[in-house]
Design a protein around this ligand. Structure first.
Ligand code: NCD
Length: 326
C-alpha cells in the first residue's frame, strides 16, 4: 500500500500525516477549519488547550530545522502534551545505532506521536510502517519528497488573505527540483482547486515532467509573475545539489531574485511567501522580504495552529472550541 493510502484508516480518516497526495478537499478543509478555530489560542491569557493532555510527543529531527521543529514543539505544548525533542546530533544514531533500533527504544518510553524530519525521502513512511499501531507519525520533511505540514500552513496563510482558490494565480519561484515544499504545496493547491499554478525556474532547477503535476512552466521571471496573487519564493537547496547546477548566486539573483520592481508586475494585492530560511540577496531582496506584501512571518505564526490541528486530528481528538477556558 502506498503512503497516500497508508496514512488513512479504514474510514478514510488521517492516522498519520505523511504526504498531501491522495488526500481530498474535505481532508484539507477540515485541517484548515480546525486550524482557524485554534488560531486564537495564542491570544488568550492561558495559551493552552487540554486536547492532548497525558499524551507524549517525540520530535525526531535527523536534519537541521528552526521553524518546523520549534513550532511543532510549541503546538504540542499548547495542546498540553508532554513533548521531547531528540537531538540526533548527540544521540546514539551517531554511534551507529540503526533507525529502527532508535525507534524501538523511544517506543519503549510509551510515546503517542513521532514528528520526523529526515534527509531520506520515505523516512517518515518507513517509521510509520514500523511503529506500534496506536502511534501517529507526522512527516516534518523527508528529503526532496514531501513537507505536508508546511503545505498546509502555506494554504492556510493564502486562505486567510485570498479565500477563493479557484480564482487564484500562484507562482512558485526558484529551486523547485530540490524542494519538498514546492511538491507538497502544488498538490495542496491542486486539491483545493487553484485555477492557475505556475513554477518559475531555470531548466536545471525543475524536475523532469513537472507539467504532469498540473503546473505551467516559465523560465522568465517577469513573464511568470504577471498578475499573480501569490508569489512563493524558495531557497537554493545547496545541500541537496549534486554538481554545479547554477552559474553563481549573483547571476541567479539577477534572473530569478524577487525585487520590488519585479513584484510590481504581480497583482497589486499580491502577497509574498517563503518557507524560510530566507537568503537575502540570493532569491529575495530585503525590501521585499521585510516589505508590506510579505507574509513570511505570518506563515511562521500560522504554522503553530496548523500543526495543532494536524496533531489533534491524527490523535483522534477534535479540539475544543476557542473560548472554552482550561
Ligand atoms: C524548508 C525545508 O526544510 O524543507 N524549510 C522549512 O521547513 N521551513 C525549506 C528550506 O529548507 O529551504
Amino acid at each position: 500500500m502506498s503512503a497516500t493510502h497508508f496514512q488513512l484508516d479504514a474510514q478514510g480518516r488521517l492516522q498519520h500525516f505523511l504526504t498531501i497526495e491522495g488526500l481530498t478537499c474535505r481532508h484539507l478543509t477540515e485541517i484548515l477549519d480546525i486550524a482557524e478555530s485554534l488560531h486564537g489560542v495564542a491570544e488568550r491569557r492561558v495559551k493552552k488547550l487540554p486536547t492532548l493532555h497525558g499524551k507524549t510527543v517525540v520530535n525526531l529531527f535527523f536534519e537541521a530545522s528552526t521553524r518546523t521543529r520549534t513550532t511543532f514543539e510549541l503546538a504540542a505544548k499548547r495542546l498540553s502534551a508532554d513533548v521531547l525533542t531528540l537531538n540526533i546530533a548527540t544521540s546514539s544514531a551517531v554511534k551507529g545505532e540503526s533507525l529502527l533500533d532508535t525507534l524501538r527504544n523511544i517506543e519503549a518510553m510509551q510515546c503517542d506521536m513521532f514528528v520526523v524530519r529526515h534527509s531520506q525521502s520515505g523516512a517518515a513512511e518507513f517509521i510509520a510502517r514500523h511503529v506500534k499501531p496506536h502511534i501517529a507519525v507526522l512527516n516534518a520533511g523527508d528529503g526532496r519528497h514531501a513537507h505536508p505540514t508546511q503545505a498546509m500552513l502555506d494554504v492556510f496563510t493564502i486562505r486567510r488573505h485570498k479565500p477563493d482558490f479557484p480564482s487564484l494565480r500562484v507562482a512558485i519561484v526558484g529551486d523547485i527540483l530540490h524542494s519538498r515544499v514546492a511538491r507538497s504545496l502544488i498538490h495542496a493547491l491542486s486539491i483545493l482547486g487553484t485555477g492557475d499554478i505556475r513554477v518559475i525556474a531555470p531548466r536545471t532547477l525543475l524536475p523532469a515532467q513537472v507539467e504532469n503535476l498540473g503546473v505551467r512552466v516559465f523560465h522568465h521571471l517577469p513573464e511568470g509573475l504577471r498578475d499573480v496573487d501569490v508569489v512563493v519564493m524558495l531557497r537554493l537547496q545547496r545541500e541537496r545539489m549534486e554538481g554545479a547546477l547554477l552559474p553563481s548566486e549573483q547571476e541567479f539573483f539577477q534572473q530569478y531574485g524577487l525585487t520590488e520592481e519585479r513584484l510590481a508586475l504581480a497583482h497589486p494585492d499580491a502577497i509574498v511567501m517563503h518557507p524560510g530560511p530566507i537568503n537575502r540577496g540570493v532569491e529575495i531582496d530585503s525590501r521585499v522580504a521585510d516589505g508590506p506584501r510579505s507574509v513570511i512571518l505570518e506563515q511562521v505564526t500560522n504554522g503553530i495552529a496548523v500543526r495543532m490541528a494536524i496533531m489533534s486530528i491524527t490523535l483522534g481528538h477534535h479540539a475544543r472550541p476557542v473560548g472554552e477556558e482550561v
